[in-house]
Design a protein around this ligand. Structure first.
Ligand SMILES: N[C@@H](CCC(=O)N[C@@H](CS)C(=O)NCC(=O)O)C(=O)O
Length: 237
């Protein structure tokens, strides 16, 4: 049995991590039977979730999980789109996963009002007396990552402008199409769903969430994808 290791539902979303929502969506698109299990940092090959256990193999990273489903299980995530369209899809997924993700993460992890009611819950398994200490240490690591990566050195307004640029790019594509590349969903939609949904999450106080909620094209897309793949997790709740 294919076992996908994730963090689990949080904040009204199918998972606390956009990468895990992406991987869950890929599985739902694939039609393959699978189970989910809680991730373990000891087992995770790259100390990150999601990862997939398939027989004796452990595959880390949502991209390599997708590739494994394609090569070992014959799943076609191309949606039949042309090479040129799939190239756009690749660029959009990298934009979301290597750029937008960090802008969104900054809002959740580095703002007190969001951190203590949000990501702090990820530390629930840590013994209570040292929980705040461990959480602060990890939060420091997140701040350092943001600083080294560079996005953390911008002002709040500059980060918002950059994130909005990503959202406008997606909205522009969605104005012509029901799904990112056309009238049927394909692999890149798993990524778009994960990252836009996580950023919209109304549990957090976020200018990105407020912005997305004012964009009917993005909200309709989120609603349609959620209904199709996660009917048990209504958008905006
Ligand atoms: N490139 C990876 C990124 C996965 C990732 O960054 N996961 C985060 C959660 S959003 C994680 O597990 N972080 C734990 C850590 O870095 O310690 C993928 O596509 O799966």
């Amino acid at each position: 049995m294919l076992k996908l290791h994730v963090f689990g539902p949080h904040f009204g979303l199918p998972d606390g991590s956009p990468f895990c929502i992406k991987a869950l969506t890929l599985f739902k698109m694939s039609g393959l039977a699978f189970e989910t299990a809680r991730m373990s940092f000891k087992q995770a090959p790259k100390s990150k979730a999601p990862y997939l256990v398939d027989g004796g193999k452990v595959i880390a990273d949502s991209h390599f999980i997708q590739r494994h489903l394609e090569t070992a299980h014959g799943v076609d995530f191309s949606g039949g789109y042309s090479e040129a369209d799939l190239a756009k899809g690749w660029a959009i997924s990298r934009m979301l996963e290597e750029h937008f993700y960090f802008l969104s993460m900054n809002i959740r992890w580095l703002r007190d009002e969001n951190f203590w009611k949000g990501p702090y819950n990820f530390f629930a398994a840590v013994p209570a007396p040292i929980r705040p200490l461990i959480a602060r240490l990890v939060r420091k690591k997140v701040a350092k990552t943001q600083d080294l990566q560079g996005l953390g050195r911008h002002t709040v307004e500059e980060r918002f402008e950059l994130a909005k640029g990503d959202l406008v790019a997606i909205e522009t594509m969605l104005k012509k199409n029901r799904f990112l590349l056309g009238d049927k969903p394909c692999g890149v939609d798993a990524s778009v769903l994960g990252f836009i949904w996580a950023a919209e999450c109304p549990f957090f106080k976020s200018e990105l969430g407020d912005y997305i909620r004012q964009r009917p094209v993005l909200m309709n897309y989120l609603g349609e994808m959620q209904q199709r793949y996660f009917p048990e997790f209504p958008v905006g709740k």
